[in-house]
Ligand binder design. Structure first.
Ligand SMILES: [Zn+2]
Length: 101
């Protein structure tokens, strides 16, 4: 009886640990996928500078394409610039500066 109880407790423990690991893994995986979507930002992009990572991609609303590097950025986190009366969206200031020359 005691052994059964012990096994139940252990299996619950293992399950919760597994869930924790799975959660961490899926989070890491989505970040990895996010990274892979970004091509090496031009020739003059320093590795330290990138788009803000705080906001989750889904919460940003509509995705816009960065014309410089091709990255899709949520409108809310994009760096915007009006060019010839048209709103252009960039993933970072680096790409915006590159676009403007
Ligand atoms: Zn970009």
């Amino acid at each position: 009886m005691l052994r059964f109880l012990l096994m139940a407790i252990v299996s619950i423990f293992i399950l919760s640990v597994f869930r924790l690991i799975a959660g961490a893994m899926s989070k890491g995986f989505s970040e990895m996928v996010d990274d892979e979507k970004k091509p090496p930002a031009g020739n003059q992009g320093s590795p330290g500078e990138g788009p803000p990572r705080s906001a989750p991609a889904a919460a940003g609303g509509e995705l816009k394409r960065d014309p410089v590097c091709g990255t899709f950025i949520p409108m809310s986190t994009a760096v915007t610039r009006t060019v010839n009366g048209k709103q252009v969206y960039f993933c970072s200031n680096v790409c915006r500066d590159q676009y403007l020359g």
